[in-house]
Design a binder for this molecule. Sequence first.
Ligand SMILES: Nc1ncnc2c1ncn2[C@@H]1O[C@H](COP(=O)(O)OP(=O)(O)OP(=O)(O)O)[C@@H](O)[C@H]1O
Ligand SMILES: [Mg+2]
Length: 133
Amino acid sequence: MPERVVVPIQDELDIVRARQEGRQLAKEAGFGPVDLARVATAISELARNIYNYARPGSIELGAVQRGSRRGIEVVAQDQGPGIADIEEAMRDGYTTSGGLGAGLPGTRRLVDEFEIESERGVGTKVTIRKWLR
Ligand SMILES: Nc1ncnc2c1ncn2[C@@H]1O[C@H](COP(=O)(O)OP(=O)(O)OP(=O)(O)O)[C@@H](O)[C@H]1O
Ligand SMILES: [Mg+2]
């Protein structure tokens, strides 16, 4: 796969770095301004979750191709506490931190593909993909 970038998520500024790297990559891939904003927001939400609940972790970004379709893939990964009930965590308004509980369900709506794997005591991996129209 060409050009994969890994941004470690440890400090709060790393959230901004991941967002900028993602925006840059998505721009190079040919996404328009609205989708750029969607990708950047999705990356911020995933990076902030790592920072808030599971740091350190990482955001891996890369261009992807499937058949004739091109897009961007983002893998957010950590070895944090994991999520006990994924279904619950994906519900609008569910939060354990007094947040809005909008991060994960919102991210799912912003992208074309959303996969989440999490195991208590092992960590969490979220993979998202956005395809060029
Ligand atoms: N990487 C992670 N590791 C462990 N728990 C997580 C992780 N990401 C999310 N969670 C759990 O899932 C819940 C829902 O996450 P979500 O991002 O939807 O909402 P939030 O972070 O609580 O609020 P918001 O994102 O709206 O500020 C979190 O409150 C937290 O308990
Ligand atoms: Mg969140």
